[in-house]
Design a protein around this ligand. Structure first.
Ligand code: BG6
Length: 491
């Protein structure tokens, strides 16, 4: 049974002229329109600083989203979607402009959603403007994009600012990875299958690898990226979210409250990494030029707008671990970088080796069982195990075999939903389980900040260079080799 949206809302987008709106939000709204998931009376109030009419805006964005929709725009659907759009000229630094918004908003409608697709330094003016114009009634919701701060201190400032005007139950913090089909499937895999449920702990598992590898560089975002680096841009949010979903205990139910409660417990259990163990537990790198798909790409320091002395990392590998009964002794190796050899995200669960080898005459070593969860692209799940080879042999010969949920996602791809589509939909339904709560953001920063401080204060405080189109700096391999392990090869 498909879920219906049963309440109409006014969706206000701050930053309606911006990149995120054109790249992600409008294409997602188009798809929701196409699948009839938007209530008949829902309206979209595009707010931005421009003296534009609604018609001007609709014309401009139609051209822009053509590039980001991976299908032709259907005139009927576009007409339906664009009939919901109203443009409102709002300068978020001018309190009076919020009254313009108030005039447009339908006070009879119960729900207004404010989507802040704006840089973090504009957020507070939005909170104040909405509060001042009394636009923050209890039935309104506010959606925030990452980054929420650049460290614990600044993220607390934002969280404190917003909490003056909105309750936690009204705040929807986006981590778009939580809207991805394959990430959601991790819950099903872990909690709907007794085989995995019972073998998901340090008795059965040796270690877990999480790789999020990107081919893109910083895509013209020097100013943003150079103040963040891969650690704050990817690890603080996306990779730690994957880790918490992999490690959390089964929640009491699938409500936001109980899922978040379990995730926060995991973030709190992360063993600290600081100046004492920084070199053993982390590796950072920065890309130099090289070939991506046969095309030469510039080094990080040659990117447009670059400060040639920047020591910002574009690659991170970390050996993380948890201080709790279930996971003690199980390393979680995290790896993410820009300009790597292929774009893919994958989790590999290495199960423990067999305690004895019954077949040692013919097989010196028994390879570990592995569960390989390819998140993207072409999501699938593969289980690797050993089989006896066929034939009349004196000794047991074993061979590597695989069980693969091959094309589950491909077969169902017409039902597969883009992350922003899902998250917009959930925000319209008012369901918070796919959004990040304040405690999660702050606990993640508590773990990340000491690592970044240790990098700054360690003797060797520059990242290792790696060639674009490779798998990152050599030390990333050493991080595992030191433990007699290796990164699972991309295939
Ligand atoms: C964003 C980061 O949050 O995620 C980008 O800011 C990164 O730097 C992107 O490229 C990766 O998202 P995806 O969905 O392509 O893996």
């Amino acid at each position: 049974m498909s879920i219906e949206i049963n309440q109409a809302c006014d969706l206000v987008i701050f930053g309606a002229k911006g990149d995120l709106t054109k790249r992600k939000l409008l294409p997602a709204l188009y798809k929701l329109e196409k699948s009839k998931k938007i209530h008949k009376y829902t309206r979209i109030i595009a707010s931005g600083r421009a003296d534009w009419s609604t018609q001007d805006y609709i014309k401009i964005v139609k051209t822009a989203i053509k590039n980001f929709l991976n299908e032709e725009i259907d005139d009927f659907i576009w007409k339906k979607l664009s009939s919901r759009i109203y443009f409102c000229n709002v300068d978020v630094y001018k309190l009076l402009h919020f009254f313009r918004l108030k005039e447009i908003l339908d006070q009879k409608k119960n729900i207004t959603i404010y989507y802040c697709a704006v840089p973090p330094n504009t957020l507070n003016s939005i909170f104040i403007g909405l509060g001042n114009a009394n636009l923050n009634s209890i039935s309104s919701r506010i959606v925030l994009e990452k980054p929420l701060g650049t460290c614990l201190k600044t993220s607390k400032i934002i969280n404190n600012q917003i909490s003056k005007y909105f309750l936690e139950s009204q705040i929807f913090r986006i981590d778009h990875y939580l809207g991805k089909e394959s990430i959601l499937n991790l819950l099903a895999l872990r909690f709907a299958n007794s085989f995995f449920f019972h073998n998901w702990n340090n008795t059965a598992i040796d270690h877990i690898q999480i790789t999020v590898s990107e081919e893109v560089g910083i895509e013209g975002r020097w100013n943003y990226f150079d103040t963040m680096g891969q650690m704050k841009d990817m690890v603080q949010n996306h990779l730690l979210q994957i880790l918490t979903i992999l490690a959390m205990d089964q929640p009491k139910d699938i409500t936001a409250e109980n899922i978040r409660h379990e995730k926060v417990k995991i973030l709190r259990a992360l063993n600290p990494i600081d100046i004492k163990n920084i070199n053993k537990k982390t590796v950072r790198g920065q890309y130099c030029s090289g070939l991506i798909k046969g095309v030469k790409v510039p080094s990080y320091l040659e990117e447009y707008g670059a400060n040639k002395t920047s020591a910002t990392e574009t690659f991170v590998a970390i050996k993380a671990s948890l201080n709790n009964k279930k996971w003690s002794g199980v390393p979680f190796y995290l790896r993410t970088g820009k300009r790597l050899a292929h774009k893919y995200s994958e989790i590999v669960v290495f199960f423990k080796k067999m305690p004895t080898n019954l077949f040692q005459n013919s097989n010196k070593e028994l390879l570990q069982n592995k569960l390989v969860i390819r998140l993207e692209p072409h999501s699938n799940i593969k289980f690797e195990f050993l089989n006896k080879t066929l034939g009349l042999e004196e000794e047991y010969k074993l061979e590597h075999s695989q069980l693969k949920s091959s094309n589950f996602y491909e077969k169902n791809s017409k039902n597969s939903i883009d992350a922003y589509e899902r998250l917009l939909f959930e925000s319209m339904r008012g369901i918070q389980s796919l959004f990040v709560c304040r405690d999660e953001v702050e606990e993640a920063w508590k773990w990340i900040d000491p690592i970044i401080d240790a990098w700054k204060n360690s003797q060797n405080n520059t990242p290792q260079l790696y060639m674009s189109g490779t798998w990152g700096p050599k030390d990333a391999d050493l991080l595992l080799l030191r433990d007699n392990r290796y990164w699972y090869k991309f295939n």
